[in-house]
Unconditional design. Structure first.
Length: 144
């Protein structure tokens, strides 16, 4: 379990237990970058899109605690006013890294590429490229 995200690492089994004590019929869904014990203690786990779909499929009146970035939780709560949606961690900070994929930042990068500049280019040594390509190809070949 070698992934890392500073936001997702904050979610704990204790938070799930606290939610379950307050909301015995509640449902907990978390992002898989949470600690493995947290993922295992949740009712469901999956990608951002998985969480979106999961929330949408729950019945009106459902009580859902979500272990992922606070702005996504707030957006889901706004999109589904017929459900009680809360963040698993009441004191969580927004993810500053995810803000870098905001359309304004994306537009800036695209405009700079058009102008011939490649911002934040990452280069990988040739000795690492072959193994990395093999790993990526294997991941992409997996079918659900």
């Amino acid at each position: 379990w070698h992934g890392f995200c500073s936001v997702h690492k904050r979610f704990t089994v204790a938070q799930i237990e606290d939610f379950r004590q307050r909301e015995p019929e509640g449902i907990v869904v978390v992002h898989p970058e949470c600690p493995i014990a947290t993922v295992e203690a949740s009712d469901a786990n999956g990608s951002t899109q998985y969480i979106r779909n999961f929330v949408q499929q729950q019945a009106p009146g459902s009580r859902i605690a979500i272990g992922t970035e606070i702005n996504m939780v707030a957006r889901l709560a706004q999109e589904h006013p017929d459900k009680h949606i809360e963040c698993l961690d009441e004191e969580i900070c927004p993810c500053s890294t995810m803000y870098m994929i905001h359309p304004a930042y994306l537009m800036d990068v695209l405009e700079r590429i058009v102008d011939g500049e490649i911002p934040n280019q990452i280069t990988v040594p040739t000795s690492i490229q072959e193994g990395s390509l093999l790993a990526l190809e294997r991941m992409l070949s997996i079918k659900k």
